[in-house]
Design a protein around this ligand. Structure first.
Ligand SMILES: [Zn+2]
Length: 222
């Protein structure tokens, strides 16, 4: 079994042979995710691109029905919302006992520090392309990062893999998102496993085992 720790599955409308953690972006997708059928983990949240959209209270009411929080975070490159508004929304979703699936483009350290400050026990930094020195802190806090299929060609992401122990790595697709003309989907986590095995020089089966263990820890499943 392969594991996808970050997929916009409600937007894909198909089933896959991969165990997914389905993230949401706003009220509409949070409700759509919660209504999905099949065995998966369901996340609700407001993406930093949607910070300030007025849906905070309504999405927060859905949190207790969800398996985890996400996609939430900060995006100091692409979001049109001010930093203040983004931080206000993000902090509302930093709940200590829930896994938080975090988007933190150009805001890696801020997002990490806020998660720590709020006592979040399980955080997953999705598609990590942040500073390499922060990886030690992420590891020390017991948090995780995800590696995306783009790792086959995104050099920045490859350097992250080189600098990270397998023990903090989860695989993801960011399915539903289109990156450089390619529609990402859950089956592509297979490419991530393949890449990790080659790059780390570890048997593929062993990589799968470690990633599964990480996934269980990251989402508090055992
Ligand atoms: Zn995403």
């Amino acid at each position: 079994m392969l594991f996808d720790a970050h997929c916009h599955c409600s937007e894909l409308g198909r089933k896959y042979d991969v165990f997914v953690a389905a993230v949401s972006m706003d009220l509409r997708t949070s409700l759509a995710t919660l209504n999905m059928e099949g065995k998966m983990l369901k996340g609700v949240g407001i993406h930093p691109w949607n910070a300030g959209n007025g849906e905070l209270e309504k999405v927060k009411e859905l949190v207790e029905r969800a398996d985890f929080i996400g996609e939430v975070g900060l995006d100091y490159r692409l979001s049109k919302a001010s930093k203040e508004v983004q931080i206000r929304y993000f902090e509302e979703f930093l709940i200590p006992d829930k896994t938080v699936n975090i988007h933190a483009l150009d805001a890696w350290e801020e997002a990490f520090n806020l998660a720590l400050k709020h006592g979040v026990k399980r955080a997953i930094f999705h598609w990590y392309t942040g500073p390499l020195h922060l990886l030690k802190d992420i590891e020390g806090a017991g948090y995780f990062i995800t590696v995306n299929p783009s790792v086959t060609f995104q050099e920045k992401h490859q350097r992250v893999v080189d600098a990270s122990p397998l023990e903090i790595i989860l695989t993801e697709s960011d399915g539903g998102y289109v990156y450089k003309g390619r529609i990402l989907e859950p089956s592509m986590v297979n490419e991530v496993i393949e890449f990790l095995a080659n790059r780390k020089g570890i048997d593929r089966k062993e990589v799968e085992k470690i990633v599964e263990r990480n996934f269980r820890k990251g989402f508090g499943l055992n």
